[in-house]
Write a protein that binds this ligand. Structure first.
Ligand SMILES: Nc1ncnc2c1ncn2[C@@H]1O[C@H](COP(=O)(O)OP(=O)(O)OP(=O)(O)O)[C@@H](O)[C@H]1O
Length: 339
């Protein structure tokens, strides 16, 4: 499969010297949905803007559809769709007028009715933008991003502000677009969104990719968890040796990479001893746990990023130690950003 997005050792340093993106590398093949996750301020939007060609990296290279999206903008722009975190529309235009205005600047634009239908805004065509709800504005944003039938779609938090139904409609639409061969890179704060949609994902923290891979690969490295409460009079010391994990009084939590074995041992012991395990709950690791563990980390040394991400996904290599520079060491000067 051809890689339509290639980021190699990307850095972005803002004026003032703050390095928001610290040497990240990943590739996205054609027809894949790739999600960038991370805490607030992790550098997702800063990265997406580099991929969209809205800013020039201060280090490293970006290729979208084989071109540099910043220096070869004319070659890339007609083939990509962008949904920024905050779209700015003239608020007095109606929804349909907004789409028509945008269509005027788009090569081979979809008909207005088709674009509105895709995002479920047909019934709101005559409504002024200022009267739309936040979720409807997000959908209008999406309609504009889809107008030019893009081969590559960048969606920065596409479902923020949408209700549960709107979110699911958007997921369905994104899947349909993938079905037509589009490549989608999205950022999201919703872990279930990444889990439901993404073929692969990367979790960013403080400007670096800490882990990357399929949702299953990312969670596989985390231990599963068994929780239960022992009955009165049964102390955790009575548990089989291998299961005497972190116990807080009668409350027991066991973390294990062999869930079936541990659960089998526990249930066998409970049956043999006639012990009832209250509130027994066994679950595999979730993306949320992986995310929270990463989010709680202090600023890791760059080398830790490289090994973690490389282990998680060979196709999404992390920053090489050589390319990870000090956050206070900008490479050049520029009025708006250090390039
Ligand atoms: N123009 C700017 N000048 C200086 N610093 C900036 C600028 N834009 C963003 N930053 C900083 O860069 C860091 C990364 O911001 P970015 O918006 O890329 O993060 P994010 O992962 O998209 O966060 P969020 O989830 O909150 O949208 C933040 O610390 C932010 O304050």
């Amino acid at each position: 499969m051809t890689d339509v997005i290639e980021a190699d050792g990307l850095h972005r340093t803002y004026s003032g010297g703050f390095e928001a993106v610290r040497g990240i590398s990943f590739t996205v093949p054609r027809g894949e949905i790739f999600a960038l996750l991370g805490t607030n301020g992790a550098g997702k939007t800063s990265t997406v803007e580099l991929l969209e060609g809205l800013a020039r990296p201060s280090g490293g290279t970006v290729r979208v559809l084989g071109h540099d999206p910043y220096t070869e903008r004319a070659a890339v722009r007609p083939r990509i769709g962008m949904m920024l975190q905050e779209g700015g529309f003239p608020s007095d235009l109606t929804v349909a007028e907004t789409v028509r205005m945008w269509a005027g600047c788009t090569t081979h634009a979809r008909p207005t009715a088709e674009a509105l239908e895709l995002v479920g805004l047909t019934g709101r065509a005559g409504v002024r933008v200022k009267q739309l709800s936040g979720g409807e504005r997000r959908r209008l944003d999406l309609a504009l991003a889809l107008l030019g039938r893009p081969e590559v779609l960048f969606l920065d938090e596409p479902t923020t502000g949408l209700d549960a139904e709107g979110r699911r409609d958007t997921w369905e639409l994104v899947r349909r677009l993938r079905g037509t061969g589009a490549t989608v890179l999205l950022t999201t704060h919703y872990l279930e969104e990444a889990e439901a949609l993404a073929d692969r994902l990367a979790i960013m923290h403080r400007g670096r990719i800490v882990t990357a891979g399929t949702p299953a690969e990312v969670t596989a490295s985390r231990p599963a968890r068994i929780r239960f409460v022992l009955p009165e009079g049964t102390g955790p010391e009575r548990l089989p040796l291998g299961l005497r994990a972190a116990a807080d009084g009668r409350r027991v939590e066991i973390r294990t990479h062999a869930l079936q074995d541990a659960l089998g041992e526990l249930l066998g012991w409970a049956a043999g001893e006639g012990v009832r395990l209250e509130g027994l709950d066994a679950r595999s690791a979730s993306l949320e746990e992986a995310f929270l563990e990463i989010a709680s980390r202090a600023d890791d040394p760059p080398t830790a990023d490289a090994s973690a991400a490389a282990a998680a996904s060979s196709s999404a290599p992390a920053a090489s130690p050589a390319s990870a520079v000090s956050p206070t060491a900008p490479t050049a000067a520029d009025p708006e950003e250090v390039r």
